[in-house]
Design a protein around this ligand. Structure first.
Ligand SMILES: Cc1cc2nc3c(=O)[nH]c(=O)nc-3n(C[C@H](O)[C@H](O)[C@H](O)COP(=O)(O)OP(=O)(O)OC[C@H]3O[C@@H](n4cnc5c(N)ncnc54)[C@H](O)[C@@H]3O)c2cc1C
Ligand SMILES: O=C1O[C@H](CO)C(O)=C1O
Length: 523
């Protein structure tokens, strides 16, 4: 049945005509910014896209740091497709499967779950993302006992380019499910998702100051010492913040004091960053040390418990990401961590000595357990717990485009560094909208990551690698992508993703932002 342009235009937002990343780093003016609120409306758009030979791109909250959601054609946003549809509690009482419309933002879902005494057990640093967005680029938190957030997903419904709905799960078309668990928006429009939630918990955390050298010395034991562990590295201070936490039933404590959590502290920090970016770059190490002291103190507290707090799970797992920023993050085997951090440290230190470039802190150091069993253990197998440490996955399959290294599977008491992925995140803030120079830093950072088997987070500001371009040519931070290494790096799984994608979308309707897909080897 033919669709008229008028039927599509009424679904366009009357106010939103441009789209940009949260960081204000990429902008586009799509021909139509569409905000449907029903499956029928989505189907109309897909049919019309075929008819008028347009491509579709989908965006959630635009929190991917890269240009992955930029398009000149039709952009769909599912902010109006955000209802929670049903709750299905497991007889064990250990978890509840929650069916949602995929445009719902994580903070909205968190609120609905909290009102039912439920929560998500694994979150990234923020809760702004949509449910579809958080799974589509491989968002992770920091825990040796949890994988990507996609691991909490029980099933996914896609509206395909054909106009048909397809629901996939570990037992229904598992390969398509593996593609849909990290699909970069290129497989179909994710319309519904069943997410596994657990009974609400509080996060009991201990925040310690640890010397950088001590962190490396205790690398083998730190990551598995609590359910959630993350490190913020301040290279010029030669110190880190080691944040370790576990699920608890304790009541909330007073929040930790935060220098940059106050209006004045925040503005002062941003002003100092601006000064060191625009006026006197050699000031950056002093800025870092000043802010570290004001925020955390100075003397190491490692081994003494540090500062303790009990927060609700969302506040505990999320964090203050401060200013708009570039983010370049890579995943590699956690066992390479000590060597890799030493190399990054050397690069950062010698660049500061020569004045070549200065980095912003913290460099985030996190981990996940993306190891998967040879055989899928879903529909459900209770994961053993040890000392309160435990995870209840919604699935145990590896997404085809998972960028974490393939490592031996293990969980609960047996987990060690060999089973874990390390994420290193080089954030560079944009104080008051001013871009810092990122080219040489990101280029050196990536050379180290690549040498140690790293792959970049799909959503972030990686340069990538292209044998036809020298480092000097890419030194402005231009993204050259992963097309030249996609085959090597993603192997059979990558090929499988491409062929499933082609089969489900032979006319390339979902290849809006085609340039990004080509640059990264997706087509
Ligand atoms: C301050 C900040 C903190 C962050 N913290 C973390 C972190 O801790 N860990 C981490 O791993 N990442 C983190 N990220 C990255 C972020 O989680 C991802 O980029 C996530 O994909 C953003 O979700 P979104 O809803 O904004 O989606 P968008 O950025 O709008 O889109 C992301 C992808 O999802 C696709 N998509 C969106 N909706 C649909 C749909 N309905 N159907 C099909 N495809 C769809 C898009 O096409 C695109 O490919 C952070 C980003 C920022 C800016
Ligand atoms: O992309 C990300 O941004 C924050 C850092 O500010 C974070 O944790 C990411 O991941």
């Amino acid at each position: 049945m033919a669709v008229s342009m008028e039927q599509v235009r009424v679904l366009a937002s009357p106010t939103r005509t441009t789209h940009h990343t949260w960081a204000l780093t990429f902008f586009c003016r799509p021909e139509l910014y569409l905000q449907p609120s029903s499956i029928e409306q989505l189907k109309t758009i897909v049919r019309a896209a075929h008819q008028f030979k347009k491509t579709i791109t989908v965006t959630g909250s635009g929190h991917s740091p890269s240009d992955i959601t930029m398009t000149k054609d039709w952009l769909i946003n599912l902010d109006n497709f955000n209802n929670v549809l049903s709750f299905s509690g497991h007889e064990s009482g250990l978890f509840t499967d929650v069916r949602v419309e995929a445009g719902i933002r994580i903070y909205q879902l968190n609120a609905v779950l909290a009102s039912r005494g439920l929560a998500l057990q694994n979150l990234g640093s923020i809760s702004d993302q949509s449910v579809a967005g958080i799974i589509s680029t491989g968002t992770h938190g920091s825990s040796a006992y949890h994988g990507l957030v996609s691991q909490q997903i029980v099933d996914i419904t896609l509206l395909l380019a054909s106009g048909d709905l397809l629901t996939v799960s570990p037992t229904v078309q598992p390969d398509v499910f593996r593609a849909a668990m990290l699909s970069l928006g290129k497989l179909g429009i994710i319309t519904h998702v069943t997410v596994r939630a657990v009974p609400s918990f509080t996060i009991h955390s201990f925040q310690e100051i640890i010397d950088f050298d001590k962190l490396l010395e205790d690398w083998t034991t730190i990551w598995t010492s609590k359910e959630y562990v993350r490190v913020w590295w301040f290279p010029y201070s030669r110190k880190c913040i080691l944040w370790r936490a576990q699920k608890s039933g304790k009541s909330l404590s007073a929040p930790r004091e935060s220098f940059y959590g106050t209006w004045l502290g925040r503005k002062l920090y941003e002003s100092l960053l601006w000064f060191a970016t625009r006026i006197y770059k050699r000031a950056m190490p002093a800025v870092e040390r000043f802010v570290f002291r004001r925020q955390y103190g100075w003397e190491p507290t490692y081994g003494q418990g540090g500062s303790e707090a009990v927060q609700n799970s969302v506040e505990g797992l999320n964090m203050d990401c401060l200013f708009r920023q570039f983010v370049n993050e890579w995943a590699l085997p956690l066992t390479h961590g000590v060597e890799v951090l030493k190399l990054v440290d050397r690069a950062v230190t010698s660049a500061a000595e020569s004045g070549a470039y200065y980095v912003h802190a913290p460099i985030e150091v996190r981990c996940s357990n993306c190891s998967t069993p040879e055989k899928d253990t879903t529909p459900f197998e209770i994961i053993e717990t040890s000392g309160g440490i435990g995870a209840i996955p919604g699935n145990t399959l590896r997404p085809l485009l998972d960028y974490s290294p393939v490592v031996p599977y293990s969980y609960a008491a047996q987990i060690s560094n060999e089973n874990l992925t390390l994420y290193l995140n080089a954030t560079m803030y944009r104080p008051f909208g001013h871009d810092p120079p990122i080219g040489q830093w990101y280029s050196e950072f990536e050379h180290i990551m690549i040498a140690y088997g790293g792959k970049p987070h799909w959503a972030k500001n990686y340069i990538g690698t292209n044998p036809e371009k020298t480092t000097a040519e890419t030194a402005t931070g231009e993204m050259v992508g992963l097309a030249s290494v996609f085959g090597d790096w993603y192997g059979e799984d990558g090929q499988k993703f491409r062929s499933i994608r082609e089969k489900l979308d032979p006319d390339g309707v979902l290849l809006g932002g085609r340039e990004w897909a080509i640059r990264n080897g997706i087509i």
